[in-house]
Design a protein around this ligand. Structure first.
Ligand code: FAD
Length: 323
């Protein structure tokens, strides 16, 4: 039986793992995080939920439309009417959210898969039969092929730490992928917000780029919470600043919609890699290594949840077709 190690339990890694498993491959997915989902991330504070990474996604390609229809049928995703006009006209592509938050979508995709969390891969090596990876807990996994879905700068570090040299063109392709940082705040609010329906505001200027009411969004029915995303410019300037101070500053910026006195607990998360601003045009790279090594994720292709899905799917199909 052909086997594969997938690094990363985000949309790309889980999609690749599901496709390979359905085609008879033996797959293990390793992720450094405590849970699955990667940047499809949801926090729980008291009885509230808040998505602090990806906010919604659309489905434009036939494969992803089909997958989203299955997820909708299973009750895992719902539509969020972001982009509807005030008279209710539909946008050309509906926007979807995880019914119980984005991470619940990943949990659903991870069901029945061999996923090991809290396993940071620290090195990769060639073996006589294929490849092996070692994690920070000392576990070693071996397989015929390796799929890496970490953000490109982390792929470069992992390969360099493993003394795996890529040809200059492949390294340059990875280096050309650029991610924007994003400081995200999730906060409990003791009363309804003034954020208009359907529960989001996009800002073109200033420190805040995005504000969402997670109760109106439908993912936090029991208690109101808000998500604030700082702009890329503000985030780059404040990435190393004291997080609590930055969080309070961002909350103060949205006082018109979220009464400062209503804000309770809040948490701040620093995303060094949020949206891939510059991406590789292909859905993945096949590395010129003696063993099968595919490099993908949202830095390849469309640069969003759907792009990550396509990258994962196409890496799996490549492995199946070249087995
Ligand atoms: C703030 C923010 C807002 C966003 N908004 C949107 C949006 O509204 N719509 C949209 O479509 N997209 C949005 N995105 C982008 C979207 O979240 C990503 O495009 C998508 O989730 C990427 O999936 P992925 O599987 O490629 O990568 P990831 O989700 O990052 O998964 C990679 C995984 O690899 C793991 N990993 C990395 N290195 C190692 C290692 N050495 N060992 C083990 N595991 C490792 C990580 O822990 C991670 O879980 C947003 C992202 C952020 C951060």
């Amino acid at each position: 039986m052909a086997s594969c190690i997938v690094i990363g339990a985000g949309m790309a890694g889980l999609t690749a793992a599901r496709e390979l498993t359905q085609n008879g491959w033996e797959v293990v997915v390793l992720d450094k995080g405590r849970g699955v989902g990667g940047r499809m991330a949801t926090r729980r504070i008291e009885n509230a939920r808040a998505d602090h990474g990806a906010q919604y996604f659309s489905a434009r390609t036939p494969d992803f439309k089909q997958r989203v229809a299955q997820l909708k049928e299973a009750g895992v995703v719902s539509e969020w009417h972001v982009g509807h006009t005030s008279d209710g006209d539909l946008p050309p592509n509906p926007r979807f959210v995880g019914t119980d938050g984005m991470s619940a979508v990943a949990k659903y995709l991870a069901r029945d898969l061999a996923v090991k969390t809290a396993q940071r891969v620290v090195s990769v090596a060639q073996t006589t039969l294929g490849c092996s990876v070692t994690t920070d807990t000392g576990h070693i996994y071996e397989a015929d092929a390796l799929v890496v879905t970490a953000p490109a700068p982390q792929i470069i570090t992992l390969l360099a730490d493993s003394a795996i040299e890529l040809p200059a063109t492949e390294l340059a392709a990875l280096r050309s992928i650029v991610y924007l940082p994003c400081i995200a705040v999730v906060a409990l609010t003791g009363q309804a917000t003034n954020i208009p329906k359907p529960g989001n505001i996009k800002f073109e200027q200033g420190a805040v780029a995005w504000l969402a009411d997670n109760q109106q969004k439908g993912i936090s029915p029991l208690q109101t919470s808000v998500t604030i995303h700082a702009s890329a410019a503000f985030s780059s300037q404040n990435l190393e600043t004291d997080l609590d101070g930055v969080g309070q500053y961002l909350i103060d910026q949205v006082a018109e919609w979220v009464a400062p006195a209503s804000v309770g607990q809040f948490q701040v998360h620093r995303w060094r890699y949020s949206l891939a601003e510059r991406r590789h045009p292909q859905p993945f790279i096949t590395a010129s290594t003696p063993f099968k090594l595919l490099l993908g994720g949202d830095g390849f292709g469309a640069g969003n949840v759907e792009g990550a899905f396509q990258s994962g799917l196409q890496m799996a199909q490549y492995l199946i077709n070249t087995q």
